[in-house]
Design a protein around this ligand. Structure first.
Ligand code: AMP
Length: 115
């Protein structure tokens, strides 16, 4: 755990968040500043700063994160209507929290290309 990382602290229960799912490796919570009617952030408990820091051994963990997002989409009732999964990376990617995370956005139509 990185003690100065807000998402590590949410995963540890040190900062309150609206959790929607948690298990041994993955935690999901509602975004504090939602960009869609459903906006859930899915993170690994383990601190990984960004996609740039992934290693081959993280492949299974990434699979768990995507499977969690799939289950949450079903529970939120947006699986059939569709949703967007986003991983912002680095400055140009719009990443503001340096703990890798998957945004699950749904409940409205998303345009393409993104802004
Ligand atoms: P990104 O900009 O891709 O790094 O996404 C970080 C996201 O974390 C943003 O959508 C923020 O609104 C969200 N966020 C930041 N702090 C919190 C918090 N304490 N609880 C829930 N979501 C947060």
């Amino acid at each position: 755990m990185a003690s100065d990382c807000i998402f590590c602290r949410i995963a540890a229960g040190e900062i309150p968040a609206k959790l929607v799912r948690e298990d041994e490796n993955v935690v999901a919570f509602r975004d504090i500043d939602p960009k869609a009617p459903t906006h859930v952030v899915v993170i690994p408990r383990r601190h990984i700063a960004s996609v740039n820091d992934l290693e081959p051994g993280d492949a299974a963990l990434l699979g768990e994160i995507f499977l969690a997002a799939k289950e949450i989409a079903r529970e939120e009732g947006i699986a059939a209507s569709g949703y967007r999964l986003v991983v912002n990376t680095g400055r140009d990617g719009g990443q503001s929290v340096d703990h890798i995370h998957l945004h699950l956005l749904g409940g409205r139509r998303h345009s393409w290309p993104p802004g």
